[in-house]
Design a binder for this molecule. Structure first.
Ligand code: FBP
Length: 269
């Protein structure tokens, strides 16, 4: 399979794949946990961070970067030729107050993304505010320019259920598919009654009704584990991976090597 960048016309089509770098964890988890308290604390410095993202894009190690508004605008200002590789994340949650019901606030609009490659948006199926999040995404789909792709994060949370069981993840993918984004992003369903990860990936991909699915990387884990997941995703119809912490929380060269190894797995599938 061939790697495609967001700016390429074949992005999202069957027979190729993409690896996306999300760096919105500074908002979601805070810059201390996301950047400073890691093996790659230089990431706290936004000048360094923007150069690093540009380097990964220019070296073809990632096909797009999903970023909050401020990082988007800095990257676009310093590296205007990379604008079509940027997915601007329009809404965010944060984990500061764990007593609040999970929700997402709007930080930007598709109007501000008209010269970019895509917009990213999160819905939390199962949360008290789920209808507001879903309704708003419908409006984004109606208003965004046709050449700006939409990537929908569908993360169930907020109720008395396991947010990453297979059944819940299939439901998240199916709900997301009815909104017809260009790409759906879900978490990799964890082991429940189906031990085989390949079967779990296959069922989630089928639940997305033909819309390409990328699976998220999750918190820092061993390289072998990530590569084992990459293989299950690539061999069972997944469109790719969206890997943040597992890349940028490793030392610079280790993160790049992990990306090279993930590409090797997808290329050879
Ligand atoms: P990671 O590869 O770091 O898991 O990033 C994917 C992502 O969806 C980010 O876009 C988002 O900030 C984060 O996961 C949310 O993680 P969590 O659900 O653990 O708060």
């Amino acid at each position: 399979m061939k790697h495609k960048r967001l700016c390429e016309p074949e992005f999202g089509k069957k027979g190729n794949y993409t690896i996306i770098l999300p760096i919105d964890q500074g908002v979601e988890h805070g810059p201390h946990a996301a950047f400073y308290a890691t093996d790659h604390p230089e990431m706290l410095d936004v000048d360094y961070q923007v150069d690093y993202i540009a380097e990964l894009l220019q070296e073809g190690l990632v096909g797009a970067a999903a970023l909050p508004q401020r990082t988007t605008n800095l990257l676009k200002f310093w590296y205007p030729h990379l604008a079509k590789d940027i997915i601007m994340k329009l809404n965010h949650g944060n984990n500061l107050n764990k007593d609040l019901a999970p929700t997402q606030a709007l930080y930007s609009s598709s109007y501000h993304a008209s010269d970019l490659g895509g917009v990213g948006y999160t819905i939390y199926p199962g949360a008290p505010d789920q209808d507001d999040m879903i309704n708003h995404f419908g409006r984004i789909q109606d208003c965004k320019p046709d050449n700006v792709k939409s990537i929908l994060w569908s993360y169930p949370r907020g109720g008395e259920f396991n947010p990453i069981s297979l059944e819940t993840t299939m439901h998240a993918a199916y709900i997301a598919a009815q909104l017809e984004p260009d790409v759906i992003k879900v978490k990799l369903p964890e082991y429940d009654n189906i031990a085989d990860l390949c079967i779990r990936v296959d069922r989630v991909v089928k639940s997305a009704c033909g819309i390409p699915v990328v699976f998220s990387g999750g918190p820092w884990r061993r390289t072998e584990k990530i590569l084992m997941e990459a293989e299950a995703i690539s061999k069972n119809g997944g469109y790719g991976m969206i890997v943040g912490r597992n890349v940028f929380q490793r030392k610079r060269d280790e993160g790049k090597n992990l990306l090279r190894d993930i590409h090797k797995v997808f290329r050879e599938s």
